[in-house]
Design a protein around this ligand. Sequence first.
Ligand code: ZN
Length: 384
Amino acid sequence: MCSVLAQCVMEVDDSDKPINFEYLCDLCSCSQRLNAFLRLNKLLFNFHGRCLRCVDGVVNLRQDRSAPDGQIWRCSNKKCTFKCVIRKHSFFSGSHLSIQLIVKIIYFWSHRYPNHIVLHETRLNERTVVDFFNFCREVCSVVLEEQSEPIGGPGKVVEIDESKFGKRKYNRGKRVDGVWVFGGIERDSETPKCFFTVVEDRSAKTLIPLIKRWILPGTTILSDCWKAYSSLCDEGYVHETVNHSVEFVTDRGHHTNTIESTWNALNKSLPRYGTSKDLYNSYFAEYCMRRKFLNNSRDKFIEFLKLVVRIYHPPTADTPTAAAVPAPPEPTEAAALLSAPGLPAACTATSAIVDVLKESDVGNFDLNFNISDSELDTTMDLFD
Ligand SMILES: [Zn+2]
């Protein structure tokens, strides 16, 4: 890296000020500088090393105007045809959009820019922007799932409740039925924890297995008088109820205000229109991740990039697919090194994540949990 470039990168890293849009545009105005910034932050990967194809050569990063992003990893052995696009394995792979544009979309999403401003600034069509916002929420879903663990335990109090989301008060236009969401929040813990899940119905058959999966035995569970909860004492829990048709706080001081207020906050975080039922879990994941990592952070954009780093990284020796990767790209024209134009490839890359999500549609997180820089560094080092 040249010294000027290093200086540019260091500026980003050393600055006490969060990245604003003006700074981002400045960063994006030079693709080499942007790529260096992304490599430094582990969003693009370093493929420097001995060539696996010819063994004699060394793979280096080269400037190449004919390459899709102006740079390419190439073997130093002139007889060897090994090349690797700089986007390989990254959040950016599989898209026909420029890296600059994708970075700006991530920035807009991190800071919750309204859709009409994003469309105006990017000049993209709505479908493309919606797709990328969905990819951002997939990152939230996967990180959330990685951190899922049962809550409660003896001496702990968990509030549970169900709420219907997405139902229109005035049923104009396209009909939206809404979905039932079941959730639980551990109260008064140093790092309060909770889970949310979309459920088909509110029957005991549906809810009890979820309670047993996500709430530890011996927990004191507070709920309303919904009949599906009537067997909780038989399942090894202490069960207290609040009859909302009579009172909101019982004589013994029991209430479910914590989860009720969380429903309100969740409801406000959902888009008003055009949300597919299938995406509700990802919106809940977004809510949880924003609350846990972004809302109180110094720089929402940088914090979200750290979440992307957790999900997108080159396969390691521990990864079952490592033996098959890296598959050398076709030694044809540089343009062919990128996946086919359009979003199908990106969809393929993310469909693996979606498959994982289907196995467990339960989101679970620690509220106000702060991951330390050193902990994150350790996490990221694993991806080196
Ligand atoms: Zn080689």
